[in-house]
Design a binder for this molecule. Structure first.
Ligand code: ATP
Ligand code: MG
Length: 567
């Protein structure tokens, strides 16, 4: 492709509204343009890179035996009502009506749509297992679209759904996808960390997310260097440290604390560490009040709490309920109480010595609170977020933490959709059996941004060859008629060899051309400049190396081939 005929609006300056590096570089390198908040246009160069990623994903999915579909983006509300998600999806789902008033969703995901079509395509054990997928647009009305294409309202996802006869079959399908994902990301040049994830609203059990470690990641990962335990913050467990400080136990005493309510207020007031505080929060779980107690330095993980409480719905209690169950306004609750309320204690509570907590009276706290003496721990569970330094739930070693971008997600849906949508097939014995499902997603655009986050330097993007929009950036420096003719001939030669070449045949200064080449980051730069016209030497440089190879035209193809194989 000749640059003189291309559309490549590179920018010298960073766009003012781009806060993360990949977003800045993708705009500056002329890959994408913002259409409006959370919506992006892929310009020709960006679309080429995206298509490379799609090609890798498609190739690996096909190799894994998955079958590609193309599903409508409009999904009928009937399907969503069958699964119960028409209401559950909430405002993240775009909903529209046709001229006859029939309601649709612009698909945020396709579990219902695929379950709906597979219901009619499979009827016996002979039709299973099947893994069906598509590479298609998803629409999500994200509360906060941000970071460019990392979180947008419209994006391309590869989504796959496996259907098996039994759990053993699902386990096999899941493992095949797990391996396929590793291979896909590896081929894209991405280092990913698979972590255990919560199954959340989707239902189901095993779930893993593929994370790309990055400072701009919105996810927090907890990692154990000793045993290899890896989980995201929603899911990560931790072990109780079974050591107590040797402090002498004080007596329980009331302290007047006018208007001192928050953890920050209390830390200042008592001049103590937050871990001495017993934060006590009232929730309503399946309609009944529950008090959750954790140390003040920890956050309550509501998913863990709901699970520990065995509740399918959980929310913070309104003020009136707090007053009713504690007898005090919000901010003064605590576990030292005679009231009959269910209390769930986090693992962090048991070894607190001389703690501080609300006295269930307005403007009063207790100090010298000691578990076992002042209240007994009847229900203990891990209900807080694991933090860096916490003991690994498997081996007890201290865990580290990292931020990550989630690029892919695999999980076992089990029977959530096949049951609610009445899918059955006949077994070998002629009995109706409900198939079991798995679901597997990869965000294509987010993967592209993650690649740019991982592969860049101060001059611009450094594409891995597998996903680079072109392989070779041919730069012509000469302007004379003969120089143009000779460089054109080299361009033709490279094309004939099958290389993907972007040919900078524009009339511009060498500095300008090199800056653009570095910014867009194609793996190999071939320069036809004064050396060529003086002594027949072509200059070849890998984007990721500083070394410049000088070689005669005859050796050019071999050198490019060799350098590309390590790019
Ligand atoms: P997140 O927690 O980041 O919102 P999710 O859990 O909602 O992601 P899934 O429903 O599992 O995501 O979707 C599969 C993949 O689609 C994700 O791993 C991610 O790569 C991609 N993805 C999800 N939401 C977006 C978005 N708004 N913009 C771009 N890619 C997205
Ligand atoms: Mg989401």
């Amino acid at each position: 492709m000749r640059l003189s005929q291309y559309i490549l609006p590179t920018l010298k300056e960073d766009p003012s509204d781009a806060v993360v590096l990949s977003h800045r570089l993708m705009i500056r390198a002329g890959l994408i343009r913002k259409e409006s908040a959370g919506m992006y246009i892929y310009l020709p160069l960006g679309w080429r890179a995206l298509r490379k990623i799609i090609g890798i994903v498609r190739g690996e999915m096909d190799k894994a035996g998955a079958l590609e579909f193309l599903m409508p983006e409009l999904t009928s509300s009937d399907l969503w009502r069958e699964s119960g998600r028409w209401d559950a999806m909430g405002p993240e789902m775009f909903r529209i009506r046709d001229r006859n008033g029939i309601e649709y969703a612009l698909a945020p995901t396709h579990e219902e749509a695929f379950t709906g079509v597979m219901r009619n395509l499979i009827s016996s054990y002979r039709d299973l297992p099947k893994n069906v997928y598509q590479i298609n647009t998803k629409f999500r009305d994200e509360i906060r679209p941000r970071f460019g294409v990392i979180r947008s309202k419209e994006f391309i996802m590869k989504d796959a759904y496996s259907f098996d006869m039994d759990e053993k079959g699902l386990e096999y399908s899941y493992q095949v996808m797990r391996k396929t994902y590793r291979r896909i990301f590896e081929r894209c040049g991405l280092d990913t960390i698979p972590v255990e994830a919560d199954t959340g609203a989707m239902g189901g059990r095993d779930s893993e997310e593929f994370m790309v470690a990055s400072e701009v990641g919105e996810e927090v990962l907890l990692l154990c260097g000793s045993c290899g335990y890896r989980a995201n913050r929603e899911k990560a467990g931790y072990k109780r440290k079974d050591t107590k400080s040797g402090e002498k136990l004080k007596g329980l005493a009331e302290v007047v604390t006018p208007d001192v309510k928050t953890i920050d207020d209390l830390v200042k007031f008592f001049k103590c560490a937050a871990e001495r505080l017993l934060k006590s929060i009232i929730y309503v779980a399946d309609g009944r009040p529950v008090m959750a107690v954790v140390t003040g330095d920890r956050g309550i993980n509501e998913q863990k709490l709901a699970r520990a409480a065995g509740a399918s719905s959980l929310e913070l209690a309104p003020e009136t309920v707090v007053e009713e169950v504690t007898g005090a306004p919000v901010g003064f609750a605590g576990p030292v109480t005679k009231k009959d309320i269910r209390i769930l204690y986090d693992l962090s509570v048991k070894n607190v010595v001389n703690g501080i907590t609300g006295a269930n009276k307005k403007d009063l706290h207790f100090e010298g609170v000691n578990p076992g003496r002042d209240f007994s721990i009847k229900e203990e569970a891990d209900i807080s977020f694991a933090e860096e330094g916490d003991a690994c739930p498997q081996c007890g070693s201290a865990m580290s933490s990292k931020k990550g971008i989630e690029v892919g997600h695999i999980f076992k849906l089990e029977y959530k959709y096949t049951r609610s949508m009445n899918v059955t097939v006949l077994s070998e014995e002629g009995v109706a059996v409900t198939p079991i499902m798995g679901t597997y997603g990869i965000g294509i655009n987010r993967t592209m941004a993650a690649i740019v986050e991982q592969h860049n330097d101060e001059k611009g993007i450094v594409w891995p060859r597998s996903v680079a929009p072109f392989e070779v950036h041919l730069v012509r420096l000469g302007k004379g008629e003969m120089e143009i003719r000779d460089t054109d001939a080299i361009y033709d030669m490279l094309l004939k060899e099958g290389f993907e070449v972007l040919y900078d045949d524009r009339t511009a200064s060498p500095g300008y051309k090199f800056a653009d080449a570095d910014l867009i980051g194609l793996p190999i730069r071939v320069t036809i400049g004064k050396h060529y016209f003086r002594n027949g030497e072509v200059e070849v440089k890998q984007r990721k190396e500083t070394q410049v190879h000088k070689i005669e035209k005859d050796g050019l193809i071999d050198l490019i081939t060799a350098l590309l194989s390590v790019s």
